[in-house]
Unconditional design. Structure first.
Length: 363
């Protein structure tokens, strides 16, 4: 049995290693704090010499997402990474990619906003990631890692889901996860697909040569006839319903007998796990539900908790209140739902969360 490749690495660094090891064909990006180490690490690894992976610093975020658009249209496994203002610049291109039903990976290591804001960690891009971000009716599959190991694992998972459903996927992290260092087990190196393999696997949709087909594959998001655009939108909505039914993922901590439930993702979930321990030590039956997919949102377990009599839910986020809207929709008025968070890149502590829980619910 081969020895495991275990290293101490930053979250941003491990994204680069995971991309190379899962057979990524191309990375196109532009530097912005706090995620610049993704591209810096790729440049240090020089994968073009070992696997043939293309790594390119584009002129801007707009250029990089359109390079991803072009690469994805040929069936290649391509990705980009950025931080909040950069992803805002990419929004038009992301909408094009979603309309063309192309698989790709977008990594957002969030920073405080709005505007240029701060380079400190935030979770203020939940709406942008989960409610469309760009124009039109579309969704991204959104994964929220809460550890360096998940930063690695979710790169691989995101590509798998993107190709399974022919849709863009986003890894929504934040500055804290991107900059922290933890032990991580790296995946074995996977070979990149050959052009012949891509042509065979993606022959129904990719612009990778006509081959023996009668008709050309054309990747476009422009439909001047309303009837044609409706056909596209109907197909997208049917696919999104399929994803919602099959791919929602979450983690439950001490929820079996919980009278109160925290809902948190990413770095906030790490903080809340300590809050659960502290509350239990005081005799408060507290649990934590951590959404792993932010879209599709895991509404079902929250609805079931509310049905069985959970007294209250506290959505803990590093923002002014975004995911809490989805929590309220899931609970559907059957229990009290509150939000607790901070803005400006400030973090909360486990004691802060426990104090807020007590003030809102435990009288």
């Amino acid at each position: 049995m081969a020895e495991k490749d275990i290293r101490l690495m930053k979250g941003n660094e491990v994204i680069a290693h995971a991309a190379v090891r899962c057979g990524c064909d191309g990375y196109f990006g532009y530097p912005i704090t706090p995620q610049s180490e993704v591209m810096e690490t790729l440049m240090e690894l020089r994968p073009w010499e070992s696997t043939g992976m293309v790594v390119l610093q584009a002129e801007s975020e707009i250029s990089s997402i359109n390079m991803v658009y072009g690469g994805a249209a040929t069936g290649k496994k391509v990705m980009t990474s950025s931080s909040s203002p950069g992803v805002s610049l990419m929004s038009e291109g992301i909408s094009y990619i979603a309309a063309c039903e192309l698989p790709c990976l977008i990594v957002n290591c969030q920073r405080g906003g709005p505007g240029l804001g701060t380079i400190q960690p935030s979770q203020g891009d939940y709406f942008q990631a989960c409610k469309g971000g760009g124009h039109g009716d579309y969704h991204l599959i959104v994964l929220a890692p809460s550890s360096v190991q998940e930063m690695h694992d979710f790169v691989i998972l995101a590509f798998d889901l993107a190709f399974k459903y022919r849709t863009p996927a986003m890894l929504l992290a934040d500055g804290a996860i991107g900059q922290m260092m933890e032990k991580v087990v790296l995946a074995p190196q996977q070979p990149r697909r050959t052009d012949e393999q891509i042509a065979e696997e993606c022959k129904d949709w990719a612009a990778c040569g006509k081959g023996g087909r009668k008709d050309r594959n054309i990747c476009t998001s422009l439909f001047l006839q309303s009837e044609e655009l409706k056909v596209l939108n109907d197909r997208l909505q049917a696919k999104y319903k399929q994803i919602e039914a099959a791919e929602a993922c979450w983690e439950e901590i001490e929820c079996d007998d919980a009278e109160y439930v925290l809902v948190a993702f990413g770095s906030s979930a790490r903080i809340c796990s300590a809050t659960v321990e502290a509350a239990r030590a005081e005799g408060i039956k507290l649990g934590l539900l951590r959404p792993i997919t932010l879209w599709p949102f895991p509404a079902k377990p929250l609805a079931e908790f509310a049905e069985r009599g959970v007294k209250g839910f506290l959505s803990v986020e590093l923002n002014a209140g975004q995911m809490v809207e989805d929590v309220r929709l899931a609970v559907n008025g059957k229990a009290q739902v509150e939000h607790f968070g901070t803005t400006g890149g400030m973090m909360v502590s486990p004691d802060d969360v426990l104090a807020e829980l007590k003030s809102k619910f435990v009288k």
